[in-house]
Write a protein that binds this ligand. Structure first.
Ligand SMILES: Cc1cc2nc3c(=O)[nH]c(=O)nc-3n(C[C@H](O)[C@H](O)[C@H](O)COP(=O)(O)OP(=O)(O)OC[C@H]3O[C@@H](n4cnc5c(N)ncnc54)[C@H](O)[C@@H]3O)c2cc1C
Length: 89
């Protein structure tokens, strides 16, 4: 995926992803990995402030798939999962 610094990049792509939040930055590299020419447009300058402190453990396999799990772990954002069990009566 190229850095979309020029307007003509967005006119010559298979997929135009608008928004570089979690959704856009997940789908864009996955599509690029499959061979699509992807342009991702983001209006804000990153890193930008974004409220949020929790992360569902169900995201962890996706981070592995995207190759960013180790980087996330390295910045101290480990996520412990939990399970509640009840005895059958
Ligand atoms: C107060 C609050 C607290 C939250 N806390 C949590 C939390 O603790 N844990 C959690 O998992 N989730 C949390 N969420 C939810 C989480 O923020 C969203 O689910 C997530 O950000 C959605 O991702 P997204 O990529 O769909 O959209 P967004 O994160 O909104 O990203 C959209 C992006 O598109 C860009 N954009 C918009 N219009 C254009 C345009 N015309 N051209 C180019 N770019 C554009 C924006 O700048 C933005 O970067 C919280 C949400 C709120 C509001």
């Amino acid at each position: 995926m190229q850095n979309p610094t020029r307007a003509e990049n967005s006119a010559n792509c298979d997929v135009l992803v608008i928004g570089g939040g979690p959704a856009g930055t997940t789908v864009a590299p996955l599509l690029a990995e499959k061979g699509y020419k992807v342009v991702l447009l983001e209006k804000a300058l990153h890193p930008r402030f974004h409220v949020g402190e929790s992360l569902l453990p169900a995201n962890l396999p996706l981070f592995e798939r995207m190759g960013v799990a180790e980087e996330i772990k390295a910045i101290g954002m480990g996520k412990m999962g939990g399970r509640v069990c009840f005895a059958a009566t």
